[in-house]
Design a protein around this ligand. Sequence first.
Ligand SMILES: [Zn+2]
Length: 90
Amino acid sequence: MSHRRSKHLRPPRPLASVHPYAEEKSDGRWIVQTMPGAKTLKTYRCPGCSAAISPGTAHIVAWPDTPGLGDDRAVDARRHWHTACWERHR
Ligand SMILES: [Zn+2]
């Protein structure tokens, strides 16, 4: 007897396009997520160029894939980067 759930049509999810992906840098493996400008409501400081990322600027958020010792919440270590600065950063 099979109790397969009937497949009911779910509305397609809005295309978020914010899938995190992993990227290897010289300082380790980072999880990277793109932030569309429309979602950027705060000003962040870019560690690459020390300049501000203004609200409305598309950029990326990166956090360590492997948290360091005593750092059990990698999400706390998130950094906001200009996309170009992140790509320059090796
Ligand atoms: Zn920058």
